[in-house]
Design a protein around this ligand. Structure first.
Ligand code: ADP
Ligand code: MG
Length: 273
């Protein structure tokens, strides 16, 4: 395996789209696994109370296990809740438990409520030295997603190749503007990934063309096809790259991860444009 280039500075991605079911978690898990399998060290922060990313990485997340909830609401250091995923050496996960469902409300009355994840990642101890952090956001634009946008340097938006794909993105992008203006100047929308592409429909091609027209070279050249292996893998507590490494879904996430890694090194200012 030819290793992927490692960035000179840690890259922190929020994987966000307030629509559910567009492939945020599938993208987070499989990009993270692909990078880690190629010598890059990766932390996945599960910020969805459903804990789907934790599940797919084979990481325990029943109520009571140390989780991102204690980090956000209880000032617990992030490294204390981070566990190694069996998927690859150098792949770590901060799991989400169902307790996180209350966090959206509980955060409202906290001091510096938008910056709690940023602070936790910034003080991540050297025990968990990672090149990439992926924050898997819930399907909403509440305080959890805002925490992700404030903590991140880059925004990755998965867009499903379906009708209405762009609808609702305006709301996300307005939030991004607000976060840039008031909370995190560094945040950049660097990456769009088209997901669940179905080559049998003309509609899918129209969506691809429309998204590329709108977002230009921020759209990764790799488009993720609809592939049942990607949907099956989580029930085995695995990424698709482990579950079926030669499936079309796995190979496409592998190609997307390579693109992401190679771009990050070439992009002006290290990682961000
Ligand atoms: P989100 O995190 O945005 O809610 P998910 O990643 O959980 O979305 O994906 C929604 C559902 O679609 C899941 O059941 C997932 O397994 C499935 N899925 C995601 N991407 C694909 C794909 N490319 N092909 C087939 N199924 C997919
Ligand atoms: Mg999800």
């Amino acid at each position: 395996r030819r290793p992927f280039p490692r960035p000179t500075r840690r890259r922190i991605f929020a994987v966000a789209n307030q629509k559910g079911g567009v492939g945020k978690t599938t993208t987070t898990v499989n990009l993270a696994a692909a990078l880690a399998m190629h010598g890059v060290r990766v932390l996945v922060v599960d910020l969805d109370p459903q804990g789907n990313a934790s599940t797919a990485l084979g990481v325990e997340h029943r109520s009571g296990v140390p989780s991102i909830y204690e980090v956000l609401l209880g000032d617990r250091p992030l490294h204390e809740v981070v566990v190694q995923s069996g998927e690859a050496d150098g792949l770590y996960c901060a799991p989400a438990t169902i307790d996180l469902a209350g966090a959206e409300i509980e955060l409202v009355s906290m001091v510096a409520r938008e910056g709690r994840l940023r602070k936790a990642i910034a003080s991540l101890s050297k025990d968990v030295e990672v090149d990439y952090v992926f924050i898997d956001c819930p399907p909403s634009l509440g305080l959890l997603t805002v925490n992700a946008l404030v903590a991140a340097k880059e925004l990755l938006i998965p867009i499903q190749c379906e009708y209405y794909a762009l609808e609702g993105l305006g709301q996300l992008l307005r939030n991004v503007d607000l976060v840039q203006a008031h909370l995190n100047q560094e945040l950049r929308l660097t990456t769009i990934l088209l997901t669940m592409y179905d080559s049998r429909t003309r509609l899918a091609d129209q969506v691809v063309a429309e998204v590329k027209e709108h977002f230009g070279d921020r759209v990764l050249g790799t488009t993720i096809p609809r592939n049942v292996r990607l949907a099956e893998a989580p029930s085995y507590g695995q990424s698709a790259l482990t579950y079926d490494p030669v499936s079309r879904g796995s190979l496409s996430y592998l190609a997307a991860a390579r693109e992401l890694a190679e771009r990050g090194v070439d992009a002006p200012n290290g990682t961000v444009r």
